[in-house]
Design a protein around this ligand. Structure first.
Ligand code: MRU
Length: 347
């Protein structure tokens, strides 16, 4: 399976997701500023992968910071990384985890602080792979045998440290012996479905059919889709789910056609400080992502554009939320709180 992000010789190495599938190139970041820029430019993307990158970014920043005035530099490193993308809560979760450790280490020799932060970033990555496997294990029984699964965006190995969340559920279903094929929404404007999900599943030999976003309703109505599985960038306490723009439309169409709509995500994607999805900040990205495709202009110059990168699916459309701790169902206020408590005990 592809290595999304690694710590090699005190550098952060990531596969460049802006170039896939046409080129398999790796980007090496030697500074935390370079990691921040890679997150902002979506060289690395997907909520859990962004979290791993942020943890490694903090460790890299501290590695190169002066011993003198370390607290102020640590604050600046965290602020720079936190300002890259606003929606995926895993980014803030990872920075907080590094900050809490740094605070516990205050007063220790600088070499020790650096070593422990590096080790913590490595752990965040390792744990993410194990968490994805557990999500897959918990979700596989929900996938109907012999049917097609529809997914949106890329919630796969590329969006995590490995294995994936939504694609992890599909992988685990296949590994358990189920006959499953996948319909991948292309996911305009950034084309994560066409470029990344199809590429990733092809590597695994999982039969995948690419459709444009506006075909999803047609296929959900046709009876060919057994269930929908998507990832999440942030899940509020009431079970509202922020995920890639277009997810909401898929969820409504799934409900209309009686198709189960599952969300697969680690507990680090839960933001129980937010009562509902209305409070989730939605990233607005550049107009050029909409007016251009692979650098080619497709709309008239000066076209007015809106480009929200995410939307919020109300909890009432979500059949279940699959996490590493178990499967949560409505009422989500209760079921998610139960999972989160479990998660904090584990950490
Ligand atoms: O803008 P992106 O590509 O970072 O958005 C990714 C998604 O919306 C994913 O579905 C989500 O982060 C879950 S990834 C396991």
């Amino acid at each position: 399976m592809v290595e999304t992000i690694q710590w090699i010789d005190d550098r952060v190495v990531m596969i460049d997701q802006t170039r896939l599938p046409l080129e398999e190139k790796y980007v090496t970041c030697g500074t935390y500023e370079e990691v921040a820029e890679a997150i902002r430019a979506m060289v690395i993307r997907g909520a859990p992968a962004i979290g791993v990158a942020a943890a490694m970014g903090v460790a890299l920043g501290v590695l190169h910071a002066d011993e003198e005035g370390m607290d102020a530099q640590f604050g600046a490193i965290c602020d720079t990384l936190a300002k890259t993308r606003p929606t995926a809560v895993n980014l803030f979760w990872a920075i907080d985890r590094m900050r809490r450790l740094y605070e516990r280490l205050r007063g220790k020799p600088i070499g020790e602080i650096r070593r422990w932060l590096k080790e913590e970033a490595r752990l965040v990555r390792e744990e993410d792979i194990a968490i994805c496997r557990a999500i897959g294990h918990n979700g596989a029984p929900l996938v109907p045998d012999g049917r097609t699964v529809l997914t949106h965006c890329n919630a796969g190995a590329l969006a995590t440290a490995g294995y994936g969340t939504a694609l992890g559920v599909i992988r685990a279903a296949v590994e358990s012996g189920k006959q499953v094929d996948v319909f991948a929404d292309e996911t305009r404007p950034f084309l994560q479905g066409a470029r990344l999900t199809v590429w990733e599943l092809q590597q695994d030999g999982i039969a995948t059919t690419l459709i444009t976003d506006n075909m999803a309703g047609h296929f959900l109505k046709s009876g060919r889709i057994g269930c929908v599985v998507v990832g999440a960038d942030r899940i509020a306490a009431n079970g509202d789910v922020a995920n890639k723009i277009g997810t909401y439309a898929v969820a409504v169409l799934a409900r209309e056609n009686g198709v189960p709509f599952y969300v697969a995500a680690p507990c680090s994607t839960l933001d129980l400080t937010l009562a509902s999805g209305d409070q989730i900040p939605i990233e607005q990205r550049a107009a050029s992502e909409v007016t251009h495709i692979f650098g080619q202009q497709v709309a008239p110059a000066g076209t007015a554009v809106e480009n929200p990168a995410f939307d919020v699916t109300p909890a009432r459309y979500v059949t279940a939320i699959i996490t590493e701790q178990g499967v949560a169902r409505a009422p989500y206020e209760e079921s998610l709180r139960g999972l989160r408590n479990e998660a904090s005990v584990v950490r």
